[in-house]
Design a protein around this ligand. Structure first.
Ligand SMILES: Nc1ncnc2c1ncn2[C@@H]1O[C@H](COP(=O)(O)OP(=O)(O)OP(=O)(O)O)[C@@H](O)[C@H]1O
Length: 156
């Protein structure tokens, strides 16, 4: 973990919800929330928590097969494109998908961001790496957070 990274303990689903609320309160169009971590790390759980805190009610289908799911404002306070890039073979495919159009005026929540070439170079990107706290997945998660310069002063 480098000096500019922050470690956040997420011992249970309630902590995940609260973390999602913290992010949602600060989210603006143009932001990227890049969620990485292995299978079962909690990426979709955190994406759902953020969407719920933005005002989404009901299901949040996993975008594994559609790659991008969109959520409008209203009813959300910020429009969101929720993407899962796991199935992407090459970041060049982003143009085919039309990711720029999805991102126009919206915040992007990106699972498997490295499969899309990564977003850490964007100043409005907050990178969140999720992992199990211990060998026992029941014992919760940790998040290693690296916020881009546009997030300075936004995440406490
Ligand atoms: N902080 C937490 N504490 C305990 N369990 C958690 C926590 N966060 C998520 N989980 C649980 O971990 C499981 C996997 O979560 P999730 O599906 O969000 O992972 P994922 O990273 O999206 O996985 P995949 O990439 O395989 O789709 C779920 O059963 C979820 O309830």
């Amino acid at each position: 973990m480098s000096a500019e990274e922050q470690r956040i303990d997420l011992p249970d689903l309630a902590a995940m919800e609260a973390f999602g609320q913290r992010i949602a309160r600060r989210l603006r169009p143009g932001d990227v929330v890049a969620l990485s971590g292995g299978l079962g790390a909690g990426k979709t759980t955190l994406a759902r928590a953020i969407l719920a805190a933005l005002g989404h009610q009901g299901e949040v289908p996993s975008p594994t097969f559609t790659i991008v799911e969109t959520y409008d404002a209203p009813p959300l306070s910020v429009p969101v494109a929720h993407a899962d890039f796991y199935r992407l073979d090459d970041p060049c495919e982003l143009a085919e998908i039309g990711l720029d159009d999805y991102r126009d005026g919206a915040a992007l929540i990106a699972e498997w961001p490295d499969h899309a070439g990564g977003f850490g170079h964007e100043p409005a990107c907050i990178e969140i790496r999720l992992a199990a706290r211990t060998k026992d997945a029941e014992e919760g998660r940790i998040a290693i957070v690296k916020a881009g310069p546009d997030w300075l002063g936004r995440m406490p």
